[in-house]
Design a protein around this ligand. Structure first.
Ligand SMILES: Nc1ncnc2c1ncn2[C@@H]1O[C@H](COP(=O)(O)OP(=O)(O)OP(=O)(O)O)[C@@H](O)[C@H]1O
Length: 362
């Protein structure tokens, strides 16, 4: 296998007619890393992947693979390989010919390309099926063949567009583990586009969260979860409450924040101006919840829903800075002091659990 290459995306934009799908993004994907592009539909992740692959022209900016600027190179000359969502296998060819196809296009003679194709099928544990056609395979097997076909060109980077979306939930989890293992075995750079937060968290060394054609955050999964950079990231990754408020007082390193309902609570000194609007995030599992009393500190609200989930209980509270302030308690904590729908509660948390969230400038 060839060596891995860093992918350097420098001020890259994609404009389709009057739509700017990607707004001058810059990102370095380290050589040999597993990178996941994550974001809602239409955020520009597939356009970015296709520009890396050379299947889409770059409207402005440059892409470098290792030391080579590949911006104007055709796909086959870039050192990348792409695996498509639908696998795009040829139905009339057997697996060996499917996998060997790109070598045939390069003019490599039959015996050599078939031997290489068998080697790739072996790598994917599919050599026993080599004379079958794609329709005679399960979804997971077809995916392995598509991987073998992409890897036969010895790419420095493998690009995967929603590779798991056609699989059922059980197979998805199994193939996810296989993809990760394959990436570690080959050591090449993987760039994987997905809608699924869970998939990105499970696979990536680097998660790139896109929204409206821009990168909101590019970081390790744990950083994205523990320190979401923006309100969008905190909401999109889930398991965070996002509160918007205004600063009403500053003193001793503590800021008082007022939420729309008029209630206030303390936050570490996160900004310097009274009156300034600010978003903060609080993890749903870091909130303490108690029946409200006159002495209660923190935000007050009313329980609107209680959902038992086995090991945990999910409680939704209204009137506390957000329409659906969510608290996740362990089953033990909940049943020690259960609350019910309609009950007034107070919500509190440690100062260090308040995450200041930035806003992207447009
Ligand atoms: N060929 C095209 N012509 C015109 N507009 C396009 C074209 N391809 C994509 N777009 C637009 O560019 C934006 C980004 O699309 P893109 O496919 O990159 O998003 P995505 O995040 O991959 O979405 P999805 O998850 O739905 O595939 C969207 O608004 C889309 O409608």
């Amino acid at each position: 296998m060839s060596k891995a290459a860093e992918i350097d995306i420098a001020s890259v934009s994609k404009i389709y007619g009057s739509t700017t799908a990607v707004h001058s993004i810059s990102l370095k994907i380290p050589a040999g890393s597993y990178c996941c592009f994550l974001g809602p539909s239409g955020c520009g992740k597939t356009s970015t992947l296709r520009m890396i692959a050379g299947h889409e022209s770059i409207s402005s900016g440059d892409i470098r693979l290792g030391n080579t600027v590949v911006t104007d190179f055709p796909p086959a000359k870039r050192g990348t390989a792409m695996m498509f969502q639908s696998y795009a296998l040829f139905p009339h060819l057997d697996l060996v010919d499917n996998v060997a196809f790109s070598l045939k296009m390069k003019g490599i003679e039959r015996d050599e390309r078939r031997a290489k194709a068998l080697e790739m099928l072996k790598l994917m544990q599919m050599e026993a099926y080599s004379t079958r056609r794609p329709a005679q395979l399960s979804g997971g097997q077809q995916q392995r063949v598509a991987l073998a076909r992409a890897l036969i060109t010895d790419p420095e980077a493998l690009l995967l567009d929603e590779p798991l979306s056609a699989l059922d939930p059980f197979l998805k989890i199994r193939m996810r583990a296989e993809l990760k293992k394959l990436q570690k075995t080959l050591g090449i750079t993987f760039v994987h586009v997905t809608h699924s937060q869970e998939e990105a968290m499970a696979l990536a060394d680097l998660i790139v969260i896109m929204n409206n054609g821009r990168i909101e955050q590019a970081a390790k999964p744990r950083t994205v979860f523990e320190k979401p950079a923006t309100a969008f990231v905190a909401r999109f990754m889930g398991d965070h409450n996002v509160l918007s408020g205004r600063i009403t007082a500053i003193g001793d390193g503590i800021v008082t924040l007022q939420v729309p309902e008029g209630q206030t609570f303390a936050v570490r000194d996160i900004a310097q101006e009274v009156g300034k609007p600010i978003d903060i995030g609080i993890r749903t599992d870091r909130v303490r919840l108690e029946p409200a009393s006159e002495r209660s500190l923190g935000l007050q609200g009313v329980v609107s829903n209680v959902e038992y989930r086995g090991a945990s209980v999910r409680i939704t509270v209204i009137g506390a800075g957000s329409d659906d302030f969510t608290v996740i308690l362990s089953d033990a904590d909940y049943f020690r002091k259960p609350v019910s729908v309609g009950e007034a509660v107070s919500l509190s948390w440690a100062l260090e659990d308040v995450i200041p969230l930035g806003r992207l400038s447009a």
